[in-house]
Design a protein around this ligand. Structure first.
Ligand code: FES
Length: 237
């Protein structure tokens, strides 16, 4: 058996050998590089700031996550998309509709585009004046004598050469704008040197076919677009 002094000396020597190893392990565990390595082994996140342990913390977004199932979120999404789509479509339709309504003719303009006149109410040898698009329209139910008179005129002698046939669709009905071709006055019916119309503004005379015969007016009275309906009506326009 070894003496007590020898045993004490042996223990003291072995403790001196172990002490540096323990100190080295403690120093290595406090190294930031080793801590990063340990963190990376448990997470795939790679911090761009090496060595900065505060910035390598991953934020916690769990409070933003839905508590319900995934289907409930999809339902809300579909509802929102559908509702916004329906509102947008209704707005677009309303805008286009307003635009088209503004561009189209108003009711009073449409009403004036065409004018109907019952010809049965006009006796032979009489004039009627109607308003069409803001202008007077002369309608005369001509007699057989007036039609003959209109056809006997030498067309070559006229300032604005037109035969009577060119100015009427039915010989007994003369339809023309009541606007003097000089400066736009309204001529007077059954007056003037030629038994037709007379413009008192500057003295233009038109014959029974509405052709200029005397005075400053350069042209015959204008013939508007018109037609006869099957029920005996005149449609101007
Ligand atoms: S406006 Fe008719 S003659 Fe001058």
């Amino acid at each position: 058996m070894a003496p007590l002094s020898t045993v004490t000396r042996t223990l003291a020597r072995s403790a001196a050998v172990r002490l540096p190893a323990a100190t080295a392990v403690r120093a290595m565990s406090s190294s930031p590089a080793l801590q990063d390595a340990a963190a990376s082994s448990s997470s795939s996140y790679q911090s761009p700031f090496k060595g900065d342990s505060a910035s390598s913390k991953i934020p916690d977004f769990s409070k933003y996550m839905s508590k319900g199932k995934g289907g409930s979120n999809a339902l809300i999404s579909y509802f929102m998309v559908g509702t916004l789509g329906a509102i947008s479509a209704a707005g677009a339709k309303s805008t286009v509709q307003e635009f088209l309504v503004n561009m189209s003719a108003s009711a009073d303009v449409l009403a004036m585009a065409k004018v109907e006149l019952d010809l049965a109410a006009i006796p032979e040898g009489k004039n009627v004046i109607i308003k069409w698009r803001g202008k007077p329209v002369f309608v005369r139910h001509r007699t057989a004598g007036e039609i003959d008179e209109a056809n006997q005129v030498n067309v070559a002698s006229l300032r604005d050469p037109e035969t009577d046939d060119q100015r009427v669709k039915k010989p007994e009905w003369l339809v023309m704008l009541g606007v003097c071709t000089h400066l736009g006055c309204v001529p007077i019916g059954e007056a003037g040197d030629y038994g037709g119309w007379f413009c008192p503004c500057h003295g233009s005379h038109y014959d029974i076919s509405g052709r200029i015969r005397k005075g400053p007016a350069p042209l015959n009275l204008e013939i508007p677009a018109y037609d006869f309906s099957e029920d005996g009506k005149l449609v101007v326009g």
